[in-house]
Ligand binder design. Sequence first.
Ligand code: SAM
Length: 262
Amino acid sequence: MPCSPDDADAPADLARRFREARADDRLAVLEGFHALKHALRFGAEVQCVAAADPDALERMAAELAPDLTGRFRALAGVPVPAEELRALAPHVPRTQVLALARRAPFGAARLRANRAGGPVVLLEDPRDLGNVGAVVRVAAGAGAAGVVTTGMHDPWDPAALRGSAGLHYALPVGRDDGFALDPGERPLLALDPEGDVLDPARLPSDAVLAFGTERHGLGSALLARADARLRLPMRAGVSSLNLATAVSAVLFAWRLAHPADS
Ligand SMILES: C[S@@+](CC[C@H](N)C(=O)[O-])C[C@H]1O[C@@H](n2cnc3c(N)ncnc32)[C@H](O)[C@@H]1O
């Protein structure tokens, strides 16, 4: 549905609605065509769409997402002027569309109990929300079972959703500080530049793959609890990979070595 009725108070109501949504852990703020496209494709309950040019979105859908033809215009309703969009987000995307949706449900217990559906990516206290978004995107692409984070950041922060292009709706994503110490029956593998060289063929498809924080790597409690410490071999002199690229390399090494499970 459109974000607000077409009346004199609408711009202020709209700005308040988006401001409140950013502080509401039941809601997601989607910024840009691709984020909204993936959210719709993977079943998000979209509450409202504000777009400067709903017809332009439909033209993009015809080219890039024909499966969603008709959805954008129907959701957006009347155009929202560009200056009003600027009150809704710190950076209005080039495609000039912003939306609010319910977050998808997340159950850590289900990820522990159900060992099918590929490995779980665990990010210990990630600091960069762009990394979190990039990890969600690559985890969706590689066919991981879910992404669990620990620490202070909300993995559904709008900045992370920007980085994932809305693919938070393609697999379970959530925060659970206890996941590393209680991964259920899943083996816990620590990805660590000091570990043993990883053999993709021996990566279990039901593993929890744990990655450390950008500056300091994995903490001692998780390393002590892990069933193995594994590394991606690097050229001499390079100390580590960026967090999201390390996740990408490990997940696609797993996917290529386990075509039947992915
Ligand atoms: C930027 S790195 C952290 C660097 C930190 N100084 C360390 O030694 O772990 C962030 C995370 O990416 C993963 N990572 C980066 N390079 C890796 C490699 N070559 N092998 C395995 N994991 C790696 C690890 O999980 C690491 O904790």
